[in-house]
Design a protein around this ligand. Structure first.
Ligand code: NAD
Ligand code: TDX
Length: 395
């Protein structure tokens, strides 16, 4: 007869939902994903539960403006017991301790963060709170749980970080894992700080950690404050397309599903204490991205000539401290873990556009009053070059 067991936890603190876990014998690995209701976390959970039928995931997410629990609504009946949502903050150590003691997680995959550079310029405190303090709390509780369990082999704390910690490149060169840290924005400074804490917990306490530093992701479920979804939706609405500075800043675009596969490779096969850089092999200037979006959208919307979307492009005041170029050397992850991106940029870019056009209900559900306020705050004064005024009333 199939062995079945239950584990239950009822957390009644304000804002934290009760939940109950039922697990069958086919579930072998218990994984804590933080920030699983955001862009990459959503894609990761959907992908991982498809390719790893023995994974059971607890998604801990505070549901900030960037988190959307409805991302899993359509999968609820299909996933059943394999995905559980906990509404909570990574800084809530009591909640973390309760979760760890009930679940004995084998992997912690840490996505939760404040992730938008422009927001970090206008309100940096939240970035220190979540990215630095939050990562610290998660490390502390992970370490305690790992030690209490007798330091089991196979445990891994995977910290999802960014290529922005390395700073800005000139026209040549690529970021390697050994490239010295040189963050420019409050966002990248907070991610760099969290990376250092993760490294320190490996070196000082031997906690098995892995850091992945990836380039700009694109794909479904990205919050439309970031370049690609923002531009798609502005083109659709015939609104101006704000290109910062001269539009020649370069990013290396990584399709989110390729990133998710790299994370699975790293958590399952990576060496504790190591860092792996993850890139998309698709360096493009911002203006190239915007022009391509205009052309592909024009095909879909039957726009041409004077009505072409390129006419919506407006060069606006630059982002302060704007890094010029990012590019990833991904030799290490390719050679050691056998990963390289499977999707070609042109195909994945079109898949992405079509996803937004087919999921307008999702788009509308997140274009709330707060979203409109953000757009106003970030863009209203850009032409006058005063967009660095900080949020009034920031804590
Ligand atoms: P996102 O902003 O879309 O999602 C972040 C998620 O974290 C949201 O669901 C939010 O509710 C949650 N969250 C925020 N603060 C929290 C807290 N205190 N406690 C619990 N949950 C909290 O971010 P994303 O684009 O999905 O990025 C995920 C991770 O990947 C981040 O760590 C980011 O730094 C990193 N990263 C992103 C990119 C990219 O291109 N998007 C590139 C490199 C690295
Ligand atoms: O309106 C815009 N106009 C514009 O020209 C916006 C929103 C952006 N840009 C430029 C700035 C960047 O050079 O486009 C480029 C991409 O901008 P974002 O989408 O804001 O991404 P970026 O700042 O590069 O950071 C992203 O990749 C690295 C993620 O937001 C980070 O979380 C990740 O670490």
């Amino acid at each position: 007869m199939a062995s079945v067991f239950f584990s239950g936890l009822s957390v009644n603190n304000e804002g934290i939902r009760d939940y109950w876990i039922f697990m069958g014998e086919n579930i072998k690995k218990r994984i804590l994903v933080t920030g699983g209701s955001g862009f990459i976390g959503t894609n990761f959970i959907r992908h991982a539960l498809t390719v790893r039928p023995d994974w059971h995931i607890v998604n801990l997410d505070a549901l900030t403006y960037a988190g959307n629990p409805a991302n899993f609504d359509a999968l609820k009946s299909e996933l059943g017991e394999r995905l559980h949502f906990v509404h909570g903050d990574i800084r809530d150590t009591i909640l973390l301790e309760q979760l760890f003691s009930k679940e004995n997680f084998e992997y912690v995959i840490h996505f939760a963060a404040e992730s938008h550079v422009d927001r970090s310029i206008l309100g940096p405190k939240a970035f220190v709170d979540t990215n630095v303090q939050g990562t610290f709390c998660l490390l502390e509780v992970s370490l305690k749980s790992w030690e209490d369990r007798g330091r089991p082999e196979g445990f891994c704390f995977l910290h999802v970080s960014t290529d922005e910690v390395y700073g800005s490149l000139g026209p040549q060169g690529h970021f390697k894992e050994e490239t010295p840290y040189d963050p420019s924005s409050p966002y990248s400074a907070s991610k760099a700080s969290s990376d250092h804490f993760v490294k320190a917990y490996f070196h000082t306490y031997n906690l098995p950690t892995i850091i992945t530093n990836c380039s700009n992701n694109y794909g479904p479920y990205q919050f439309p404050e970031k370049l690609i979804p923002l531009m798609i939706l502005n083109i659709l609405d015939g609104k101006p397309l704000p290109v910062y500075g001269d539009g020649k800043n370069v990013r290396d675009w990584l399709y989110v599903v390729d990133h998710c596969e790299a994370i699975i490779k790293a958590v399952e096969g990576g060496k504790p204490g190591e860092t792996y850089n993850i890139g998309g092999n698709a360096e493009r200037q911002n203006i190239e991205i915007v022009n391509l979006l205009c052309d592909l959208m024009d095909n879909r919307l039957s726009r041409s000539g004077n009505g072409s979307s390129r006419k919506l492009i407006q060069y606006v005041a630059d982002r302060p401290g704007h890094d010029r170029r990012y590019a990833i050397d991904m030799t290490k992850i390719k050679m050691e873990l056998g990963w390289s991106p499977k999707h070609c940029f042109e195909d994945a870019f079109e898949i992405t556009i079509d996803w937004y056009l087919k999921n307008m209900d999702w788009v509308k559900s997140i274009q709330s009053g707060d979203y409109r306020k953000w757009i106003e705050k970030n863009y209203q004064d850009r032409k006058l070059g005063t967009s660095t005024d900080r949020f009034v009333g920031e804590k």
